[in-house]
Design a protein around this ligand. Sequence first.
Ligand code: FE2
Length: 324
Amino acid sequence: MQVSEIQVDGLRTDDGSSLFPLILQCEDALSLDGAAVWLTENSDSLCRKAFDHGAILFRGFPVQTAQDFDQFIAAFGLPNFTYEDSLSNAVRTNRTPRVFTANEAPADVSIFLHHEMAQTPIFPSKLFFFCEMAAQQGGATPICRSDVLFARLKRELPQFAADCTTKGLLYSHIMPAADDAASGMGRSWQSTWKATTPEQAEARMSSLGYTWEWQSNGCLKVTTPRLPAVRDLGDGRTAFFNQLIAAFRGWKDVRNDPSKSITFGDGSALDKAVMAKVIELADEISFDIPWQTGDVALVDNYVAMHGRRTFTGTRKVLASLVAS
Ligand code: FE2
């Protein structure tokens, strides 16, 4: 099996970092079974490359359906992270036991850069995406190296970087009483906490260190325990591992106001001008995955953030998460 590294416009090598993302092109049309054997043999090295580069885009592999994608992922031999067990805010639908639709928020809603579930104490180590059908227009998945970003923040916004490191973050949001698919954060409290009664939800929240307030309309306002804003990657790199940008820019729906969704861990507010600079720096070093139908991406969730651009037409991108 012939796989080669290719380059496309816009690849990043900020501050001398390894190419972001790494793109691997399958050069010979082969069966999915053959590709799966190759993936299994190279699983360790591919995972190391994903950690080093932040993400790998696999192009030209024989993956066409959700079942194919499931087989592609299974070949890596990594532990599955289920949506059911996660505290994700998004509404999702499973297509296979390990494959689900990526956030089903409407086409005109941007999903801003974030590390998957970094706003909760339980997060996946990696994500796989599969483009089952590319959108007519738009719909790219922007990805951003958080280690590169944090190095820039330390240089350009040293006080903010220090506050992130020492104070951590608190996230608040209001969960609906029933799934609301019109929102990027519309997962109900019952589904999130796997509860049918408020008492069950409270037991789960308290075991995880959350605080909460019930709303008169049956919704639930929750605040996380203090969560880290950065993560030591163990090799000299530190990642800006959080949901700050997404929460600050986009945690907005009929129930939620982004200006109230996030504070430093001591309750102090984030400075708007500083956040504008953080967002600008992140946008500057982001790469838009230019989805082609059949593409698969492996994103190391500790190293790279991801989001979703708005789009027109039908866009089918499936996702799967890997446990730590
Ligand atoms: Fe996500």
